[in-house]
Design a protein around this ligand. Structure first.
Ligand SMILES: *Cc1c(COP(=O)(O)O)cnc(C)c1O
Length: 405
């Protein structure tokens, strides 16, 4: 009789987004007085850049002719040189030296953040920020690294509270973790770490032999000078950090699927080279990203591609400004939105997140995300996304303002 991986049975069952969906559908079924505006899920809404579409058309045409058709990619782990070199050059342009064989192209930063656990022992102690992108927690729970869920927390995870008091960046914990997830700019809080803040963790990881898993999926949204776009801007990071990046939020690729992970060759742990281990893992379990999509990703690095994706990012930044200023004017305390497409908003009068979610849903017909769904320290906040339509965003802010007056 087959036995299942019973770590899966310990998972609390995708509470956050299904519950938002359930409450939203129940309300929508009662004929709300206004159309719903969805500011909950973190997905982009603008179409792909024209330079990307042109590259996809061209690559699709190539696939239709014997002379230019491509099958399995025989280059490193299914990533064509043209894309790895373009990624390497884009790092170089920002002063970060990464070799092309330190770059692994994949179908998503979500997959990589989860799959990276394959190269680490199940005995490692894992630290996550609280609130947190749920993928880090659930994938470690599936691997058996999280312990048991006690209704609020996993017993073996080290939770690093990120609150208004510490500027939403974690303090060093009492128990030393082996693996540390840091996401900057942050989902869900919308805040970004400074070089000084990151340096503390890089030094700590080097000192203790820990590894930092640095998720910079939102680096393209950094608008303030002096905020690192890459962990490798911090001296010492190449001997302790793996970086995850994605075209999803940068270039609207959420439906296209393309991302990359950097593992420096200088990163050794337990007598093993982590770049070599990941290369072995990817070579065995992954056959690469579609040729057409890799050409699409390459096009984001061309001058036209860069100009076009910057326009989309400016559009989302403008939404973030509208949300931030509007909610502040309504008397709410808000964070984020300057270096990320998310606004982290304190609920009024210490109202629980789910109550404020329900209030906004029922009175303003606006769907948000309750902060409590991202971890215990998210209680007392909601997250709003700036990825929506500009007119709908403006209207949502007006509606929220009018119900709070
Ligand atoms: C959206 C997002 C990603 C990107 O995931 P993809 O699989 O590349 O689409 C990664 N990390 C965080 C925190 C995100 O919010």
């Amino acid at each position: 009789m087959v036995k299942v991986n019973d770590n899966f049975l310990k998972l609390p069952g995708g509470y956050l987004f299904p519950e938002i969906g359930r409450r939203t559908r129940a309300f929508a079924a009662q004929n709300p007085p206004m159309p719903l505006i969805r500011m909950g899920i973190g997905d982009v809404t603008l179409p792909l850049a024209p330079a990307v579409i042109d590259a996809m058309h061209k690559a699709t045409e190539e696939m239709g002719h014997k002379e230019t058709f491509r099958g399995y990619c025989e280059e490193t782990c299914g990533a064509y040189d043209f894309l790895r070199f373009a990624i390497r050059d884009s790092y170089k342009a920002t002063g970060v030296d990464i070799a092309d064989d330190e770059i692994f192209v994949s179908d998503g930063a979500k997959s990589d953040c989860g799959n990276i656990g394959d190269i680490f022992s199940v005995d490692n102690v894992v630290a996550v920020c609280d609130p947190v992108y749920p993928v880090y927690v659930d994938t470690n729970a599936m691997a058996g690294r999280a312990g048991d869920y006690d209704g609020e927390k996993w017993t073996n995870l080290v939770y690093l509270p990120c609150t208004a008091e510490n500027g939403f960046f974690p303090d060093l914990p009492a128990r030393v973790p082996d693996i540390i997830y840091i996401c900057s700019p942050n989902n869900p809080t919308g805040t970004a770490a400074t070089a000084e803040q990151l340096k503390v963790w890089v030094d700590y990881a080097n000192k203790h032999g820990s590894v930092i898993l640095f998720d910079s999926a939102y680096e393209a949204f950094i608008s303030e000078p002096g905020i690192p776009h890459s962990i490798y801007e911090i001296p010492g990071a190449k001997t302790c950090a793996i970086e995850f990046r994605s075209f999803s939020k940068t270039a609207g690729f959420t439906g296209n699927r393309c991302a990359y992970t950097v593992i420096p060759k200088a990163l050794e742990r337990g007598g093993a080279n982590l770049n070599a281990l990941w290369n072995r893992r990817q070579g065995t379990k992954f056959n690469g990203v579609a040729y057409v999509i890799q050409r699409a990703a390459e096009a984001t690095f061309t001058p036209e591609g860069q100009a076009q994706i910057k326009e989309s990012i400016a559009y989302y930044h403008n939404n973030a400004n509208v949300i931030r200023h509007g909610l502040q004017a309504a008397g709410l305390t808000v964070y984020g939105g300057t270096n990320a497409p998310y606004i982290w908003c304190r609920t009024p009068d210490g109202m629980p997140s789910w109550d404020f979610f329900d209030l906004l849903l029922h009175k303003a017909c606006v769907v948000t995300t309750p902060g409590a769904g991202f971890g215990p320290s998210g209680e007392g906040y909601i997250r709003l996304t700036a990825f929506g339509d500009a007119d709908a965003t403006r209207e949502a802010v007006e509606r929220i303002t009018s119900i709070l007056h």
